[in-house]
Design a protein. Structure first.
Length: 251
């Protein structure tokens, strides 16, 4: 099948099968909603713990490329809601990260790739963006620190890659879910009332979590017992090993 025809089929399939008509009509600019294709890839190749079957992704590399090319044409505009724009760029970041890994697979860590967050590899409206630009120049400027729990850097210590696509309609619920899961994950954060040992994410992006108080106050929003204001803070060493999966362990 010629590439152009396959690309069109993928768009129609994703829009028609994975999302109902109401979701499709949410797109004010009438651009086909192809999040369903990304959602399907995630559901097949990511387990409930966020481990990724990169080999299986690589076997479907054409589908992932088709998704990214479609996203390159589906440009956020001023008529989009904040939720729609956030969902768009979170999905784009995660898909582009997976694509970067499979382009270099097999590897042991994303850091085995030279300048992984600085490479201009993500097509958008006739230009190329880097992962770093999407994170720092777009997502972080939208003033929602929960994005740090939604985007994935392909590493063990990262917030997990979820096996679903983010959507405008469900974004608030999804962001709350991933935030609570990450904060309460004892492999990522060890929290008691008097002391906390945190993911280095809370050190690197400290200012993002301090918009309405301290980092400890932010964390307490997700805990049954608030952390003492004078609790000691330390940080876990970040594990940059690839969040790879044994395909047999997929749910």
């Amino acid at each position: 099948m010629p590439a152009s025809i396959k690309y069109s089929v993928l768009l129609i399939f994703a829009a028609a099968v994975f999302f109902d008509g109401s979701e499709f009509n949410n797109y004010k600019d009438k651009t086909p909603n192809i999040y369903g294709l990304w959602d399907s890839l995630l559901s097949r190749h990511v387990d409930s713990k966020g481990n990724v079957d990169y080999k299986a992704f690589k076997d479907e590399e054409e589908d992932l490329e088709a998704y990214l090319q479609a996203m390159a044409q589906d440009i956020p505009n001023k008529n989009w809601s904040k939720a729609k724009t956030l969902a768009f760029y979170i999905n784009l970041y995660n898909a582009a990260t997976v694509n970067l890994i499979i382009k270099n697979y097999p590897i042991n860590s994303i850091r085995d790739i030279k300048n992984p967050w600085g490479k201009k590899i993500v097509p958008q409206n006739g230009r190329l963006l880097s992962l770093g630009e999407i994170e720092h120049d777009i997502l972080r400027k939208m003033d929602d620190p929960r994005i740090h729990f939604a985007i994935n850097c392909a590493s063990v210590s990262c917030p997990k890659l979820n096996n679903f696509a983010f959507s405008e309609k469900n974004l608030e619920e999804q962001l709350e879910k991933v935030s609570k899961e990450f904060i309460l994950d004892s492999t990522k954060n060890i929290i008691s009332q008097d002391s906390v040992v945190l993911s280095e994410i809370f050190k690197w992006y400290k200012k993002d979590f301090e918009t309405n108080g301290s980092v400890l106050e932010y964390l307490s929003n997700y805990l049954n017992t608030p952390i003492a204001a004078d609790a000691k803070i330390a940080y876990l060493k970040y594990d940059w090993n690839l969040n790879n999966i044994n395909p047999k362990s997929l749910d």
